[in-house]
Structure formats: C-alpha cells, structure tokens
Write a protein that binds this ligand. Structure first.
Ligand code: NOJ
Length: 510
C-alpha cells in the first residue's frame, strides 16, 4: 500500500481557483494562499493543471516549455514555495504533464516548421499529403481534420488543436527528453504526475484511414485504435515507473486514459506501469442504482487500485448531469458519498464541494478552442471551468480583484465558500469520517439485498454504504450497529433496519 492507493485527490483547475495577481486568471500564489481551505476540507493531494509557458490556445495544455512557469501563473520560485507549503500542510502535489503534444510555440516545433531539413522535424509527425489533401481521414478531438499543412507543403498531425502538434514517440530523442522533464520536477520534490491523454502518444504507423467513427462527437473521446491505445505506449510508462520508483520516497503516476473499456484501461496500471488510471465509467452513469452498481463492481474487478471520477475540467459538472438545481446537487452528493466509501482513490474537481452547476457561458465570452474548431456548434468546456466564488459579497467574489477570464455562473453568489454552504459542510464531514474509518477497512466489497433503485454495499472491515436513488425514503436491512452519517436529513436506524432518505447516501458501522 502506498499513500496514493487511498488518496482523495482534489483537482485544482489553476486558471479558475484563486487569482493573487489581479489579472483575472488564477495563479500559483493564489493557490498557495488558499491551501488552508484544502487542508480544512480534508483532501490528501492536489492535482494542479498545467502552469507552464504557453500561448494558452488550449489554456495551458499547449506547452511551449515543460520545465518553466508561465508569468501568468507565477515563476519557479513561486512553484517551489507552493510545494513547500503544501508539504508542510501534509498535502501531496501532482503536476500535470502533457507528453502527447507540445505547443506550436515550442522551440522544437518552431524550428521544425521553419526548416524542413531540421532534425527536429523527426520529433513530430510531418507527412506528405494524399494528392491535395491530408495524408488520411483522421479527425481532431476538437473538430475538423487532425492534419494542418506546413508552408513547405507537408502536413503535421494534431489530435487536438492546430497549435498542439503531436510528438512522434517512435523518435528516441522524444523519450530521452521526456525523462529529463520528469526528473526536473521530481528533483524539485513533486509527489507525482497526472499524465494528459496517456493513451495517445503512438499512432498507427501505416496511417490507415479510420473510416466513420462510432461516436465522433467533438470533445467526446471514443475507442480509436488508429490514433491511440496502441500497445507500444505501455513501454513508455514502464520506463517512467522505473524512474519514479528510483526516487525516495517513490513518486506516483496517474494516467488520463480516456477509454470506456475498463479492461483496456487496466492494461496501463500495475506494479511496473502506472499506479492509477482514471476510471470514467461512473461518470457515464445516469443517476441509476443498477448502472452505478455495475460501474462500481466493474472497476473493483478491473483495477487493483480503482480511481473514482465524477467530474473534471473537461466534463459537464455532475450536479447538472444529475438534473441540476437542488435535486442535482443532492444527487451528486449522494454519489460522491458512495464513492468515498469504496476502496481506491477518489478524484474531486474544484467547485463540486460547493455544489456548483455547469454555467451557461454566453457565446461572445467562450474561450474553449472546441467552440471555434467545431464551427461554433459545440459550446465546449467553459461551463465547468468558471472561477471559484470565495466570498459572496466581495467584488470578483474574492477570486480576483480584476475581470475574471470566464464569467461566474449564476449560482456563484449563493454558494461562495464564506457562506459555508451545506454541501461544503457535508464534504468536510465525509472526508473526516473517511479518514477516521479507513485504517480498519479492507478491499473486499459485497452487495447486500436492497430494493430496486437502492444500492447497498458492505466493505470489509465493517463499513456499510446505502445509496437511495428513489424519489421516496427506502428501507434496507443492514447488519450494522450505528449510523455514521447521512447526506440528507431524515435517516434513521432501528432494529437493523435503516431508513435512507430519497436521493441520499448513508454510512453505517458494524
Ligand atoms: C485532456 C485535458 O484534460 C484537456 O483539457 C485537453 O484539452 C486535452 N487533454 C489536450 O491536451
């Protein structure tokens, strides 16, 4: 067991967390000042989204220098200070690395584009077109073709935006340089890495056409064996694991393997590969006990250390997915309480602890490249990235003294941190209870009898969790001795019968 096997990781979407400089964009100093909030919340680790020098075409996932800090976010000294403070507070820090592509402003690509004979060209996927068109029919995840023509007539591949050329991982220099990048951050003391599109990196070498895609919705990933999830990529993570294991203490690796087939995702994880990969199966479930039960048991069977992901900076906020309003928030909290009771590592996304809903960002204020690349047909991910409201009555809601880079959602004023909204109180209680009961718990999970619409699980070591998705109270017989918590008022336990309020979860102890 390592710390990460049961860590609750909080995703800091840095641009929208806290702005100390007053330019409207969150930064490292803002995060540093707010660390006590995260300690109080009770999380174990932070995943901080990219803060490297970047033209911000994809808000930092277009990296021009993977070993620097963009002035928008601070500087390296500021990063070191943040890391030291986080460690003093007992928080681990994961940084976000982006090995599939660089920014088109990265010096390698600038040189490769300027000079067709540059040896740096081999680090990208420049290919001849087919006739006047691109080499094949591959499409960008953000919409449109995955190829753009260079001034000399060759085409380069970009699975994301035009400004995010894909690296060619068959090139040995790319491997070596990336190990150096990891060393740079490991030597500074980071506790691990979140690996962006970890399943990409290698593409089908013959560049065969993909043909029609089953779920070709821009921004929605799908199984695409021509452009990702190729077996060759696993050797990269075996190298990386050798590196992180050589540090004392060993550091951890979590991959964003955005595939829905858990059997495939599980390939990426193991004692010689990644410690964890994001499990996106629960996120896909409707608010339905049977669907949630299947996703939970599927992940427990597939992964030694499952992760639990309901939301992140690419997904519609879960309160909205579950119907929105007070009911959506209540349902979201109940599913979070289910996940926090399970073995493994839950990932929380900033703002969910306030019950934030997806914001409708007006078209003229939209920033996500998906909006432009889809020909203004897909709104994109701005609605889950609006800034965090810290203070209900302060200008800029205490997030910034300037003009925020994205507007606040309409629910910001009523859910600001300083109002201590009930959801926030519930998160604190859940995380505190989790910490208290965890030492006695094992990995085995069994399903108890429960009426349709209700999911009742028993975790080895004597924790019971009952989720009621119905529109009315539910009663379940549970061999439990005491009620630990409920995510809504009205729960009770009498004579081995627990009453669980509608759209709520209870935790009980043997
Ligand atoms: C996944 C990241 O989470 C997303 O925000 C980004 O746009 C793509 N990878 C491309 O780097």
């Amino acid at each position: 067991m390592t710390w990460s096997d049961s860590a609750v990781v909080y995703e800091v979407y840095l641009r929208s967390f806290a702005d100390a400089s007053g330019d409207g964009v969150g930064d490292l100093a803002g995060l540093r000042a707010r660390l006590p909030y995260l300690v109080d919340l009770g999380v174990d680790a932070l995943w901080v989204t990219p803060f490297y020098p970047s033209p911000m075409a994809d808000h930092g996932y277009d990296v021009a220098d993977p070993v620097g800090v963009d002035p928008l976010f601070g500087d390296l000294d500021g990063f070191d200070a943040l890391l030291a403070d986080a460690h003093r507070h007992g928080l681990k820090v994961l940084v976000d690395v982006v090995p599939n592509h660089t920014s088109s402003a990265h010096p390698w690509f600038v040189q490769a584009l300027a000079d067709p004979l540059s040896p740096l060209r081999e680090r990208y996927l420049f290919r001849d077109g087919a006739g006047d068109g691109p080499p094949n029919d591959w499409t960008s995840v953000f919409g449109g073709p995955a190829w753009t023509r260079a001034p000399d007539g060759a085409w380069y591949l970009h699975l994301f935006d035009v400004e995010q050329p894909d690296l060619d991982w068959t090139c040995p220099a790319v491997h070596a340089c990336w190990l150096d990048v990891l060393r740079f951050w490991l030597d500074r003391g980071v506790d691990g890495f979140r690996i962006d599109v970890a399943h990409a990196l290698y593409k089908r070498p013959d560049l065969a056409d993909e043909g029609p895609l089953a779920a070709a919705v821009p921004g929605v990933p799908h199984e695409r064996r021509h452009v990702w999830d190729r077996d060759e990529v696993l050797a990269v993570y075996e190298d990386w694991r050798r590196l992180t294991d050589a540090y004392a203490p060993p550091r951890m690796l979590v991959g964003e393997v955005f595939l829905y087939d858990v059997a495939r995702v599980a390939q990426y994880v193991g004692p010689a590969r990644l410690h964890q990969a994001f499990n996106f199966t629960v996120m896909r479930c409707r608010y339905d006990a049977a669907e949630l039960a299947a996703a939970v048991s599927g992940a427990l069977a597939a992964f030694p250390t499952p992760t639990w992901v309901l939301s992140n900076h690419d997904l519609v906020r879960h309160a909205t997915r579950y119907g929105g309003g007070a009911l959506g928030v209540r349902r979201g909290l109940s599913v979070t309480a289910l996940l926090l009771a399970l073995p493994g590592s839950p990932y929380l996304y900033q703002g969910e602890e306030l019950g934030l809903e997806e914001a409708e960002v007006p078209p003229e204020l939209r920033q996500d490249p998906i909006w432009a690349r889809s020909g203004r047909t897909v709104a994109g991910r701005d609605g889950c990235r609006t800034p965090l409201p810290w203070a209900a009555a302060a200008p800029g809601f205490g997030f910034t003294t300037g003009v925020p880079w994205l507007p606040f959602g309409p629910d910001a004023a009523g859910k600001a941190v300083d109002l201590d909204p009930p959801v926030l109180q519930a998160y604190r209680q859940l995380l505190a209870q989790r910490r208290a009961v965890l030492p006695g718990l094992g990995r085995q999970v069994t399903t108890l009898n429960a009426p349709p619409g209700v999911l009742a699980l028993q975790r080895e070591g004597g924790l019971f969790v009952v989720l009621n998705t119905l529109g009315e109270d539910a009663e379940v017989r549970v061999p439990a001795g005491s009620l630990l918590l409920s995510t809504a008022a009205g729960a009770s336990l009498t004579g081995g019968l627990v009453t669980v309020p509608s759209a709520a979860t209870v935790w009980l102890r043997a």
